[in-house]
Write a protein that binds this ligand. Structure first.
Ligand code: ADP
Ligand code: MG
Length: 640
């Protein structure tokens, strides 16, 4: 088919020789990626022809349908990756296959340490482009004819992957490039068509070009008449069939994709059985160019709260699969989002390390976060009942994960707050938004009040709530583990202060009338001696003791100072194994409560003081420091 007329030897650029040595002498962790690299090059070559073909339609010759073909030759132990793309001139072959031009590989080379083991690991993470062929081949022959060049000006490039390569002038009828890999002894796997199909499926299914192989048919063994055939074999036909779907769903325009196709793709992508709640598919242009196809699942995975919960975004670069679980592409608090990002700007050989530093990746991450929040906002605001039901389900499944964003993503805090839904002291259902709460605020109310507890029930019955109930002021109840932590980052919503009713002294401002304020002042005066005695009796356990009007039925409650960790958060952090300094709470007592009134009469002031304190601890979900002592004190009082 091709006829040689001249031949010349060249040496590889020093860096290439070094790289080749490494490729061939290191244990390659993932040899099959050679196919991804070579198919990707073939696809690039077709893209280039498409581009140049705009001004030079004659480049298409009589062969307009661009494709990549994989040809397995068991007899000669070769696999050929053949494209009808732009092709190479002899000079281009010398330049492009003999030197390292691309910055990614140079970067990669500079990271090599000379230590075989760690270098092998590095190679596994980077693709090494064309040279990756030498992982599986001990000889590579490239035959190419550039589009628009006459048949007798084609080139053959031959190398054993050591110091040099040979370039010959040949005749080649078909346009484009054939990369012929002479497989090493240990690389026979790649002569099996099922294996090759599998790899293409894994890495290159979404290449938008058909990747074809020769169709095989099963031929039974010939047997004498009357006998049953015992075996047979697959034989190649002259027909070519595509082994990839040839059109990445996300590269199509939205209007060309049906809902069913989106759902099917989601299932393929996630191997999940649920249907996605919603999805969003966009081409983003600007400082960095990419396509995003993001799904919000309808069910949270089991491991959503474990440390190794994986992000669900797959990264592609120009339709070539790069990696799963690219957690740099979505903030952690949106780790439930599944989908695909296809970047036009990242290098194909991008590693996880590189992803962390990339400016493009940062822009993509921010763009993805904004997109997800916008989609959720759309659902939340929609009048459509179906959308409302979807939002409700979303929040039930992922609401507490989303709250992590309050601490993690300062830029989107306001948008996240708008999406949150809460139970309140007047509405058990987790359905009240902060905006709705604000609408219902009483005249004169200056803050959005909330209380956090270990459960909704505990929140609902917390002593701190008593006065608010009495006065008919709605209070937001929070019982997610993350609430207490997340609320540390939230100080206001839409210009209104957010105030924990368990933190600091209650200041109901205009909601408290003059009489009530006066009564408090009187009580403070009257209880001064008792407060002093209490402060003394509880000096090891409390920071301060004071009179309050926030209580109605309970004798006392614990409060934390603004900006301090609450006892509940301290408990949580300690359970998580963190070393947390003890914070002493403030004890507030209810001067109207009979137990408080009787404090002095019992003659057991110390016991009663400790009981009141321990009960306040219990009321907010904790345990007395010394439960046995607590029981003893109670019993001694009961006996009396
Ligand atoms: P990259 O693809 O990142 O440029 P590679 O090492 O994969 O790096 O390829 C090196 C160069 O070799 C390509 O840039 C291209 O110029 C040339 N090349 C490789 N394969 C082909 C092909 N099938 N057709 C045309 N040119 C090719
Ligand atoms: Mg390449």
């Amino acid at each position: 088919m091709s006829e040689q007329t001249s031949s010349k030897n060249y040496s590889f650029q020093a860096e290439v020789a070094q790289l080749l040595h490494l490729v061939t002498h290191s244990l390659y962790s993932n040899p099959e990626i050679f196919l991804r690299e070579l198919v990707s090059n073939a696809s690039d070559a077709c893209d280039k022809l498409r581009f140049e073909g705009i001004n030079h339609p004659e480049f298409y010759e009589n062969d307009p349908d661009l494709r990549v073909r994989l040809i397995l030759d068991q007899d000669n132990r070769t696999i050929t990756i053949s494209d009808n793309g732009i092709g190479l001139t002899a000079q281009e072959a010398i330049d492009n296959l003999g030197t390292i031009a691309k910055s990614g590989t140079k970067d990669f080379m500079s990271k090599l340490t000379g230590d075989q083991k760690s270098d092998a690991h590095l190679i596994g993470q980077f693709g090494v482009g064309f040279y990756s062929g030498f992982i599986v081949a001990d000889k590579i022959v490239v035959e190419s004819r550039r589009a628009g060049v006459s048949e007798d000006q084609a080139v053959r490039w031959i190398s054993g992957g050591t110091g040099d390569f040979e370039v010959q002038e040949i005749t080649k009828a078909s346009r484009g490039t054939d990369i012929i890999l002479h497989l090493r002894e240990d690389a026979s796997d790649y002569l099996a068509s099922y294996k090759v199909k599998q790899i293409v499926n894994k890495y290159s299914d979404h290449i938008s070009l058909p990747i074809q192989m020769q169709k095989e048919v099963w031929q039974e063994e010939e047997v004498a008449e009357g006998e049953e055939p015992k075996g047979g074999q697959y034989v190649k036909t002259d027909e070519w069939e595509s082994i990839n779907s040839a059109s990445a769903l996300w590269t199509r325009s939205k209007s060309d994709v049906t809902d069913e196709q989106y759902v099917e793709f989601y299932k393929n992508l996630t191997h999940a059985f649920d249907e996605p709640l919603v999805w969003s598919h966009n081409r983003v242009e600007g400082n960095t160019e990419y396509t995003q196809l993001l799904y919000i699942p309808s069910k949270a995975p089991q491991d959503i709260f474990t440390r190794d919960a994986k992000a669900g975004i797959k990264l592609y670069v120009k339709r070539v699969f790069i990696m799963d679980d690219a957690d740099n592409l979505i903030p952690n608090y949106l780790r439930f989002v599944q989908g695909v990002v296809d970047s036009a700007d990242l290098p194909l050989n991008v590693s996880r390390e590189l992803l962390q530093e990339s400016r493009d990746v940062k822009l993509i991450r921010e763009g993805n976060a904004r997109r997800v929040l916008t989609v959720l906002d759309g659902l939340a605001k929609s009048e459509d009942e179906k959308d409302q039901a979807k939002f409700k389900q979303f929040f039930a499944e992922f609401g507490s994960v989303l709250k992590e964003g309050l601490g993690e993503d300062a830029a989107n805090k306001e948008r996240i707050l708008k999406l949150l839904r809460f139970a309140t002291s007047t509405n058990d259902e987790i359905s009240t938004s902060l905006a709705a709460y604000k609408e219902r605020m009483k005249e004169g109310q200056k803050a959005i009040y909330y209380v956090t507890a270990d459960s909704l029930n505990a929140a609902k019955n917390s002593p701190q709530l008593e006065l608010f109930k009495k006065k008919g002021i709605e209070v937001i109840l929070m019982a997610d583990r993350v609430d207490e932590w997340a609320m540390n980052f939230v100080h206001e919503f839409d210009g209104i202060a957010m105030q924990s009713i368990a933190k600091g002294a209650v200041d109901l401002g205009d909601l408290q009338d003059a009489d009530e304020k006066k009564a408090l002042e009187q009580a403070q005066e009257q209880f001064k001696p008792i407060i002093e005695k209490l402060t003394d009796a509880l000096k090891d356990k409390t920071k301060d003791v004071r009179v309050t009007t926030r209580l109605v039925d309970s004798p006392a409650c614990l409060v934390t100072s603004e900006g301090e960790l609450s006892p509940q958060l301290v408990r949580m952090l300690k359970q998580a194994g963190q070393a947390i300094p003890d914070v002493k709470p403030t004890l507030e007592i209810n001067p109207e409560h009979p137990l408080v009134k009787k404090l002095e009469e019992t003659g057991q002031f110390d016991d009663l003081a400790n009981i009141i304190f321990d009960q306040a601890v219990i009321a907010e979900g904790g345990l007395p420091e010394d439960p046995a002592a607590y029981v003893k004190r109670i019993n001694s009082l009961l006996i009396k």
